[in-house]
Design a protein around this ligand. Structure first.
Ligand SMILES: Cc1cc2nc3c(=O)[nH]c(=O)nc-3n(C[C@H](O)[C@H](O)[C@H](O)COP(=O)(O)OP(=O)(O)OC[C@H]3O[C@@H](n4cnc5c(N)ncnc54)[C@H](O)[C@@H]3O)c2cc1C
Length: 409
């Protein structure tokens, strides 16, 4: 029996494609093949369990990939309001926190449920614990081989995601290798939206401390991206929203990378210097171990002083102007050598994947294999933290599905 559309991967993009296809054409036969015992395991964990489902400010500057223009058409045509309308119909109204969109119930699991209920109600057939291991062409149709089953289809949508979240979420990246062997061009996969490992001598001493800072990623001494927010010191390095946001280049580049923290971002260098000198005059009765008490986290302050070679048992009155300048420099640019990331398992998205040049940006269809579509994370497109990756999953899914519907008309 030939199915009209087989969707490989029952994640965000896969479920969205299936529901949309059946809403628009109930006659279409649609099957999902999902390797895990449940669909959308990853979606259920998104946004710390609340699912940051989209963003009011979707634009290309928030997306990355070797050919980022590829995603413009789908993101503009199937935008936030298109997506809101789709989700409203299946029972998920959106609410907004700043620019970020969430399901009104603030539960990622409820988004999964609503997608699942809609798919079941519309007659989508879902095969769980069914991992696609190969794709062949048979009599002009696609034959999808699973462990002990095979399925024939006129169209296939590859929605298997990539490596982020790891095996526990069904994300082993194996479909990319299948497609690579079949001749598809790919781009190197690296983890993005992920914690950064640094040299540990300083961060270990600061483990558990959170500080609001401008975090800058520098590559070969040049600042490439700065984000403001709460940075968390960990025994392996740095975490927190601004760190995740600037992490992408750490694995991408072979050049030296550093994180610079400006922990006095509201004051310029001159002002910090003046503050320190005034503090020295006011607190001359203290030892240096209390110099920052009341201004900075105590442990952080002490580590900053030690980093410029000061002894905490010395008196504040012994601080000279030169040392005040050195301390101000560290507060404005606390430098940490990046040595990697905590890897795919902890990353929220994978950079790299299927080369988008081999796909039609208006349809998500392969330029060489007619009827084969790729959507979501498996394509070489990744977004920033903030709902951008899920919006790409939705937009690319609507885009591929609309083309299949048009062709089938
Ligand atoms: C912890 C975490 C939090 C996140 N939070 C957010 C957020 O709040 N907002 C946001 O925009 N993005 C977030 N993301 C990113 C977002 O979840 C992904 O970008 C999105 O889920 C990608 O959708 P996808 O359908 O392409 O892949 P996935 O959702 O990963 O789905 C792929 C599916 O394919 C299945 N599969 C894989 N290989 C096979 C195979 N060979 N055969 C059959 N099935 C297979 C997998 O089991 C999986 O179910 C988060 C990611 C993580 C890990």
């Amino acid at each position: 029996m030939v199915t009209d559309v087989i969707i490989i991967g029952g994640g965000a993009a896969g479920l969205c494609s299936a529901v949309y296809l059946k809403q628009k054409n109930p006659e279409l036969s649609v099957r999902i093949l999902e390797s895990s015992p449940r669909v959308c395991k990853k979606l259920a964990l998104t946004g710390n369990g609340r699912c940051n489902i989209s963003n009011k400010n979707i634009n290309l500057s928030r997306y990355h990939g070797d050919n980022v223009e590829f995603c413009r058409f789908a993101l503009e045509k199937y935008d936030l309001s298109f997506t809101e309308n789709f989700f409203e119909k299946i029972g998920v109204p959106f609410v907004f926190e700043g620019d970020k969109a969430f399901p009104m119930g603030l539960q990622a699991a409820s988004v999964v449920d609503c997608l699942r209920f809609a798919a079941d109600n519309l007659g989508v057939i879902t095969h769980l614990e069914t991992k696609a291991t190969n794709i062949q062409i048979s009599n002009g149709k696609y034959k999808v081989i699973c462990d002990n089953l095979s399925f024939l289809a006129e169209n296939i949508i590859i929605a298997t995601g990539l490596l982020s979240g790891g095996d526990r979420l069904g994300c082993d990246g194996s479909m990319l290798n299948v497609l690579k062997k079949a001749g598809f061009k790919t781009k190197e996969c690296t983890p993005a939206i992920v914690q950064i490992k640094t040299e540990t001598d300083i961060v270990k001493q600061l483990k558990g401390i959170k500080v609001n800072a401008n975090a800058t990623l520098s590559v070969s001494g040049k600042a490439v991206r700065t984000e403001f927010g709460e940075v968390l010191f960990c025994d392996y390095g740095l975490s927190g929203p601004p760190i995740l946001q600037i992490s992408r280049e750490v694995s991408k580049t072979k050049e030296d990378t550093e994180i610079w923290l400006d922990i006095m971002s509201e004051y310029d260098f001159g002002l910090v210097y003046e503050m320190l000198k005034a503090r020295r005059n006011n607190l001359s009765y203290c030892n240096l171990d209390e110099f920052f008490t009341g201004m900075l986290n105590k442990r952080l302050g002490q580590v900053v002083l030690k980093s410029v070679g000061l002894k905490l048992s010395d008196s504040v009155s012994e601080l000279n102007d030169k040392k005040c300048k050195e301390i101000a420099s560290v507060l404005k640019k606390f430098q940490f050598k990046a040595i990697g990331t905590t890897g795919f398992l902890n990353s929220q998205v994978t950079a790299g994947g299927l080369d988008t040049k081999s796909f039609n940006f208006k349809t998500m269809e392969s330029r060489d294999a007619k009827g084969l579509y790729a959507v979501g994370e498996i394509l070489d497109i990744d977004g920033d933290c903030g709902g951008f990756n899920l919006q790409w999953a939705w937009s690319s899914a609507f885009c591929a599905s609309d083309n299949i519907l048009k062709v089938k008309q």
